[in-house]
Design a binder for this molecule. Structure first.
Ligand code: AMP
Ligand code: MG
Length: 317
């Protein structure tokens, strides 16, 4: 049933894990089992690797991804976890609880994985194969569910193969995922902890540990572009520009705008994955140069171009 076009599907053992680590270190994609659903993993510190996740899933926008880590000290390197967050971590990790907290200044989860937000979502999965992979890899793995955008989340390796064979580099088969439900997400960005997404751990269990009620998710998080915490460039963007007006800097794609003045090319070769990987860094760089107005070259609307265009539209408004 797994006619995996060019994607090997391997059981979990030392050899397949070593191969997975090698793929992840070189920016590749590995689907792996967790206790919730199968995850589509990539090096969370590499915008290029994370761009491949969005491309493989066919996501029309860059929503923030959960970064999976091996232990609490790794989590504390990535986020500023306060006393209440740490209490939940102690009670439920490893397990199907995701904590959203302000990203640490020295954190390594890249901006594309955070969809430009100043916060980061973290969890330690309770699955031996996932934990062994995280330990062997030695860094955070961004891992949304291993399905094509809009499809249901996969609970077996065969489900993953049906959606993603040929689009990922390796599928690790660890049997059926136990929960089949996504992780519960709790945000620590507001004054009180808030339930961002119900999931495999019940609200009541979390409230019992906290000793307070969870608030409702407000505008503080969820979708990028709907929060003041996400990165909005200071520069005014002019989209689908055919040329540079006098005084404009440029955000180019495929060399369309030329190189007169301050022009950063998201991908001189016209590669949308490369463009996605460079997007947030280049917007910041243009701001750092003090560009007040930026002409943005047309980005094709197919593949990752849809998410890039979505992000640019939000940045322009
Ligand atoms: P999933 O689709 O299971 O990977 O879960 C991703 C969801 O986690 C997002 O849609 C957000 O609701 C939440 N999330 C992930 N990262 C962040 C973040 N940095 N800040 C706020 N919410 C986040
Ligand atoms: Mg999903």
């Amino acid at each position: 049933m797994s006619e995996s076009r060019a994607t090997p599907l391997l059981g979990v053992d030392d050899a397949s894990r070593a191969r997975a680590v090698e793929i992840l270190r070189t920016g590749g994609l590995v689907a792996f089992p967790t206790e919730t659903v199968y995850g589509l993993g990539a090096d969370a510190t590499s915008p290029r690797a994370v761009a491949r996740i969005y491309a493989a899933k066919g996501r029309p926008s860059f929503n923030p991804l959960i970064a999976h880590v091996a232990d609490l000290s790794a989590a504390r390197r990535e986020a500023r976890l306060g006393a209440r967050a740490l209490r939940l971590a102690e009670a439920f990790w490893p397990g199907p609880l995701t904590l959203v907290a302000p990203a640490a200044l020295e954190g390594s989860v890249c901006e594309l994985a955070r969809a430009g937000l100043a916060s980061v979502a973290l969890r330690i999965p309770a699955h031996p194969a996932a934990l062994a992979l995280l330990r062997a890899f030695g860094g955070p793995l961004a891992a949304p569910s291993a399905n094509v955008s809009g499809h249901v989340s996969p609970v077996t390796a065969a489900h993953v193969a049906e959606d993603l064979a040929g689009r990922v580099d390796l599928i690790l088969d660890g049997g059926r995922a136990r929960a089949g439900l996504e992780s519960t997400i709790v945000s620590f960005l507001g004054d009180t902890p808030a339930l961002l997404r119900p999931g495999a751990i019940a609200r009541e269990e979390i409230e019992a540990v906290l000793g307070t009620r969870l608030g409702e998710a407000r505008g503080d998080v969820v979708a990028p572009g709907m929060t003041s915490a996400h990165y909005a460039p200071r520069a005014r963007l002019r989209l689908d520009a055919q040329w540079l007006e006098p005084g404009e800097a440029g955000l180019d794609f495929g060399g369309a705008l030329g190189d007169d003045g301050l022009v950063l090319d998201l991908s001189p070769g016209g590669d949308l994955i490369e463009a996605a990987a460079n997007l947030f860094a280049y917007l910041r760089e243009l701001d750092a140069h003090g560009a007040a107005r930026v002409a943005v070259a047309p980005i094709p609307a197919h593949g990752l171009g849809e998410a890039i265009r979505d992000r640019l539209r939000r940045a322009a408004s």
